[in-house]
Design a protein around this ligand. Structure first.
Ligand SMILES: [Zn+2]
Length: 265
């Protein structure tokens, strides 16, 4: 376990509770939120280095990008830039690593207490279901990386995001840095305490992975991905894509055998 891929998001960082003020690029505290995220990522990197990890790639996963480059740990490299390259090309980068870690993750859309809960687009998507099971961004990452042979070994974020990860991957290490008490409110740990727990948690996750590895997440196919939107015009646009079946005014389904081709459609 020497090469780790870190997937970052912003909404699950301690102290970042508001879509409008903190998670949106035009929010008045966006730059402060970026620094909070980057410090949590740096804490994870410290935990990795202390357990002998040698190569760390940080993927700047939030919206238009939220890592504060000048603050990023010197031991890490950064995958960034928008628009994102095609997944077919990202795959080749992902395959260079042995495991994936998520920092700053939020719960799926519709989670009652999940702070800033959403799935992909907070303004358009009601839910995603894969083979009947509700999924969020954590499942998307775990399944995509799992299909490439990388297990999701650690996640930090909102408490509901942690529970979501544990339901997906038994044995995964998690650190809840805040407890959501509504979509726009949470009880956060202090920033130093959140970082301390992430550093220790990542270290423990790597040691556990060496001693008693959790496998990459794989669900048996064939797959049916159901997406429900809040508005009919978004469903109209989705249904116009090839291979997409209209279920009702707001819902579409996509079928496939290859999770890599399906999960980010
Ligand atoms: Zn995000």
């Amino acid at each position: 376990m020497k090469k780790i891929f870190i997937v970052t998001d912003l909404e699950g960082v301690a102290g970042v509770v508001s879509f409008s003020d903190q998670s949106s690029p035009d929010g008045r505290y966006y730059d402060a939120a970026r620094k909070l995220l980057t410090a949590e990522v740096n804490a994870a990197i410290e935990g990795m280095l202390s357990s002998g990890v040698e190569e760390i790639l940080v993927w700047d996963g939030h919206g238009a990008g939220a890592i504060s480059f000048e603050d990023l740990h010197p031991a890490a490299t950064l995958l960034h830039g928008r628009p994102m390259p095609p997944w077919s090309r990202l795959r080749e980068v992902i395959r260079r690593y042995e495991a994936v870690v998520m920092i700053g993750q939020h719960a799926m859309a519709g989670t009652l207490t999940g702070n800033q809960n959403h799935t992909q687009n907070s303004r358009t998507i009601d839910y995603y279901r894969l083979n009947g099971r509700p999924i969020g961004e954590t499942a998307q990452i775990a399944l995509y990386f799992g299909a490439l042979g990388l297990p999701l070994i650690f996640l930090s974020g909102d408490l509901d995001a942690c529970r979501e990860a544990q339901e997906l991957a038994a044995g995964i290490s998690v650190v809840a840095v805040k407890e959501g008490v509504g979509r726009a409110a949470a009880i956060s740990l202090s920033a130093p305490e959140a970082r301390r727990r992430i550093c220790a948690g990542v270290r423990q996750a790597i040691e556990q992975q060496r001693a008693n590895p959790i496998p990459p997440l794989v669900w048996e196919g064939p797959y049916v991905l159901e997406k429900r939107y809040f508005h009919t015009d978004v469903a109209d646009a989705a249904a116009a894509q090839p291979g997409v079946e209209r279920v009702d005014s707001q819902t579409v389904r996509i079928r496939g055998d290859d999770i890599l081709e399906l999960i980010y459609r």
